[in-house]
Design a protein around this ligand. Structure first.
Ligand SMILES: Nc1nc2c(ncn2[C@@H]2O[C@H](COP(=O)(O)OP(=O)(O)O)[C@@H](O)[C@H]2O)c(=O)[nH]1
Ligand SMILES: [Mg+2]
Length: 482
């Protein structure tokens, strides 16, 4: 957090490197001076005709010799992103060129901005609240419609408004609690503890619902995680590659080829737009009979570790894609039993969020495939999807089913506010704890005190009094130049 609370002039490149155009942003009291220096007085000095805010100037740039030419726009405090004097230079975007011009700007009186420091100043100068600054970062990081839409709504203040509404409800509860204490010797029904608790109960439900939104919000930001599980050779890596349209994971008919967990991001489409899923291809779940023996070769160790990682990926995933190979399931009942055993283990851990697949379906006759799927449906009480990676329709069917299942894990009701950050969840949970205690109390003054604590717990969520530690954590995750 060191350095964030200064008033000096900061500068950084605000665009990704090596694009055709780059933007260098400067903010702080020395902005005008820097413009005059790096344009050698062509813009912003007494010799030029003043400096008009929000006006695009084309100029040669370089304090001692021409380094580049570009467009600059000056924003005068308080009408800028940060609320301070700001200039943005639009120059040619090559990484070397940007570094050279930026060095020139720094030499003219700025220091390199820290990550998120422009946004930090915008919050400090009340140009936006903390939730909006976070929304900006989330919009930049968004990889799909659903995450971008959520960020845009928060940029419009949706989270702050929602929490403020809750806070207002709690505030009136505090006020009523205080009045109730004064009137406690009189029998006023509206001010009975029972009545106050009834109102508190409604807020409690809203808080709980808001807290429960975090799971979905986190998935929206980070992606829904999907683990491919099944016995070795079930076709996990093949399906993983086919869904991605890339040969990422090694496919082989030798069992146990995949050792590590291979991961890749994919964009899925649901009715609310696109969202990200993270696919995890795993080693497979069966321990070879020779590995189960007491022999301890390094090969066995690696295989065991692979299985351990597979189980871990399954445990942590939001959804499990469980594959049973049509060939071995129809040929050997012990293979099928083992697969079903592993499936039950996975279901027990993951609350049943499993999409079951009969894989390599092109290698058996339609008749045995139908028979197998009928059997599996009835044994597991799940609806199995059969799939061959050689069939485009099958892959589309799996993608569609996957999208449908995943969307349910991230979807929001229209304009619903969802939490996306751990410190937001912490604040709501703290509020819940205090309100719970208030609702359990039997005396007015205890009730009032706990409700007041509830209010204080929510304060960081509306940008009031966030601790320095929280601010540092949030802004240091931003990119430099934001
Ligand atoms: N015919 C056919 N072969 C498949 C299919 N899926 C996988 N295979 C083959 O089955 C073998 C094992 O596949 P792999 O993806 O490595 O299985 P994993 O061990 O579960 O990752 C490989 O020889 C694949 O080419 C499929 O849908 N149809
Ligand atoms: Mg594999």
């Amino acid at each position: 957090m060191k350095g964030y609370l200064t008033n000096d002039t900061i500068a950084a490149c605000g665009t990704a490197l090596n694009g055709p155009v780059a933007m260098i942003r400067v903010s702080g009291p020395k902005t005008r001076e820097i413009i005059a220096t790096v344009t050698q007085g062509r813009v912003g000095s007494d010799r030029s005709k003043g400096l008009v805010a929000r006006h695009a100037y084309f100029s040669v740039l370089g304090s001692s010799r021409k380094l580049d030419e570009g467009v600059l726009v000056y924003f005068e405090s308080p009408n800028s992103f940060t609320g301070e004097d700001v200039v943005e230079f639009f120059i040619h975007g090559g990484a070397f060129n940007v570094e050279r011009v930026l060095k020139d700007v720094l030499a003219a009186g700025a220091r390199l901005a820290q990550p998120g420091e422009f946004s930090f100043r915008a919050v400090r100068n009340a140009k936006m609240d903390l939730n909006q600054a976070i929304a900006v970062a989330e919009l930049i990081a968004a990889e799909g419609d659903m995450a971008a839409d959520l960020a845009i709504e928060k940029l419009d203040g949706s989270l702050t408004r929602a929490v403020r509404a809750l806070s207002d409800a709690i505030k009136s509860l505090v006020a009523m609690g205080e009045v109730a204490i004064d009137f406690s010797d009189q029998d006023v029904e509206e001010l009975s503890l029972r009545e106050l608790k009834k109102r508190g109960q409604a807020v409690f439900k809203d808080l709980q619902y808001l807290a429960s939104s975090f799971e979905r919000g986190k998935r929206l930001i980070e992606g829904v995680s999907i683990a491919f599980l099944g016995l070795p050779n079930a076709g996990k890596s093949s399906l993983f590659n086919a869904l991605l349209g890339e040969d990422l994971s090694i496919v082989s008919d030798l069992a146990g080829t995949t050792r590590d967990v291979v991961r890749e991001r994919i964009r899925l489409r649901g009715s609310q737009g696109t969202f990200t899923a993270k696919l995890f291809d795993t080693a497979g779940l069966k321990v070879d009979s020779k590995v189960q023996s007491t022999s301890k070769t390094s090969h066995d160790e690696i295989e065991r570790e692979g299985i351990r990682r597979s189980r871990k990926a399954g445990k942590e995933a939001d959804l499990i894609l469980f594959l049973v190979d049509a060939v071995s399931a129809t040929a050997s009942s012990s293979e099928l039993d083992q697969a079903l055993f592993e499936l039950e283990e996975a279901r027990a851990q993951r609350n049943d969020v499993v999409l079951p697949i009969i894989s390599r379906s092109d290698l058996v006759t339609t008749e045995s495939l139908n028979e197998l799927s009928f059997r599996l449906n009835s044994i597991t009480n799940l609806l199995w999807v059969s799939c061959s990676v050689n069939s485009k329709e099958d892959l589309e069917k799996v993608t569609e089913e996957l999208s449908r299942r995943c969307e349910a894990l991230v979807s929001r009701t229209p304009r619903e506010v969802v939490l996306t950050r751990l410190e937001q969840l912490d604040a709501v949970n703290a509020a819940i704890t205090h309100l719970k205690r208030a609702l359990d109390s039997t005396e007015f003054d205890l009730f009032a005190a706990d409700v007041r604590h509830t209010l204080v717990s929510l304060a960081p969520l509306i940008g009031q009094t966030p601790t320095e530690e929280i601010l540092g954590r949030i802004f240091s995750e931003f990119c430099i130049g934001k």
